[in-house]
Write a protein that binds this ligand. Sequence first.
Ligand code: SF4
Length: 719
Amino acid sequence: MQEAPIDAAQAADPGVAASTATRTATHCPYCAMQCAMDVVREPGERVSVEPRASAGRLGLCRKGWSAAELLDHPERLTTALMRDRRDAPLRPVSWDAALDRVAGAIRDCQERHGRDAVGVFGGGGLTNEKAYALGKFARLALRTSAIDYNGRFCMSSAATASQRAFGLDRGLPFPLQDIAATKVLLLVGSNLAESLPTATGLLDEMVGEGGTLIVVDPRATPTARRARLHLQLAPGTDLALANGLLHIAVRDGLIDERFIVERTAGFEGARQRVGAYWPDRVERITGVPVADQRLAVQLLAAAPTGMVLTARGPEQQAQGTDTVQAFINLALALGLAGRPGCGYGCLTGQGNGQGGREHGLKADQLPGYRRIDDPAAREHVAGVWGVDPGSLPGPGRSAWEMLDALGSDGGVRALLVAASNPAVSAPHAGRVAERLAALDFLCVSDPFLSETADLADVVLPVTQWAEEDGTMTNLEGRVVLRRAAGPPPPGVRSDLEVLAGLAERVGAPAGAFPVDPREVFSELTRASAGGKADYGGMSYERLEPEGLFWPCPDPDSLGTPRPFLERFATPDGRARFVAVSHRGPAEPLDAEFPLSLTTGRVLDHYQSGTQTRRTPELADAEPDAFVELHPVLARRHGIEEGDTVWLASRRGSAAGRARLSPDTLVDMVFMPFHWSGEGCVNRLTNPALDPYSRMPEFKHCAVRVDRVEPRDPRRSARR
Ligand code: SF4
């Protein structure tokens, strides 16, 4: 832990009174911006945080400012918990008793059902060290193929499309500051003003410098309201829009032929395919007027620099990979890649969603973004781990497929969950609850009793955020060091200690699971060396003060802020066009379910809300689930502001307070996904999977308004 006496800061601010307080340079526990902050401990005061300037940025959003409340929270778990039977309550037990029970359940399950009957489900908030160790634990200690993580629900379609088009998936293949410098930004399906709040400053900077923002979104979000042009399309029609924009670019001679010839392959197929997406047809599919389509293309084509950024809107669709590819096709055709101020990028959501998929949390990957079915990759990683490559399992099932088969023949029977809350965050939550209940054994590691932990046989209280050192890889591929600002509460252990304790009990090779994050990071750099996400030249010392961009292959490397300037990471160095076609949502609207439900985030909450619903300032600002709907739709159903609206889909029902807004389309409703119980929108969502990324279609399912409970009961009586 590196702490500076606050007196050291007095040179910068002589007005600061001398004290024995400490100030630790670290990063926010929440989203992929990983904003830099200082944790300040003053005697007799509550721990607080302050923004810290790093990499040209300074600032925190409300979530960041209130993060210190997590550190001494009254609901913090500090004792291992165990239940003796499924219907018995959780009771406090010693760490030895808890770990013995987990190890016993693992051994028993594997003896009876085979190695793959034990599964691991990780989270995109885990540090790189913990993600790496969890992946290694699954493959080396458990020798199971059953591992995946909740990042599969977030960025995997963009990751798959980027691999296909560029040979590399690094969320943004350029520094964040390039966004402020670009002249036209096409932002597709991102409400970053609420999901990555401090990134809003980049948009303001860009516009302030004369840049133009174009937003594609079914809702007029706070982000869309900043745009010069808002393309308000029907949910699930993004691919048709992207193909339509490329059609116009080709037809009007706006493509960059030189860039296409020199740096890409496959254009002809894409050009032919978009021939069928003439503007008035695209207007009929998407609802976006022809004039707006034309203006968007003209703005992008005329600008000296331009960018296309996607987020969960186009990605969380049953054809998310192809949808992202369609926007990549557009960027490539306009020559918007491979030079400063230009490019395609994905706005990662979770704090370490990027690092998690680089270091082995995904079912098909080994550290360094290596494929688990690649013999050379297996040999390299097995060499670092000191095992026979043949002993490593092959690829396993994706997150939803694993959850859907829990407790069944051939499925996982004993599940270890770390830093994830699939009971709330997975699609078709009713089915997930049913499958979790069918498990022989469930163990959850979490600092708080999440909804999933509440179902577990064993709950392990683990360290969080500023109680442990570790690295995070932010949305621009910058690896930053997140420092511990103090010891964890008594009774709490780190995930690394948990894995070491379990590994010893299940007979893994001695010493294979170190508990010191620095030692784990050193091993991770060797395991990633030579891979696509090469951390080989990184060390904790080199990550301060501003982090390093991967690839960083050797100790002399300064990292790679813009990996595509000279060539793309494909075998021939050329980016790939792929011809793609619009199919539409997996679950069309019909007379029984005539409305499109889309899901998303709000400013005051993060993911399944395990932390933010427990932070009073955030919970007070946005206490309950809500259903946003258009006033015209509300009138049709007799709904008034604040009524409780029950929505139903083919999978279940959920409810929220009515929030009437003209910002949404008339035949759609929006619900955020941060709440549990009847406010859990994932009771409704459709687990239809993208065929390539295996990502579920969170962004559209068919629903109806089932019933309305008036806020004022007298209104009900009058009807
Ligand atoms: S933008 Fe994200 S990383 Fe920055 S303070 Fe807010 S939640 Fe934390």
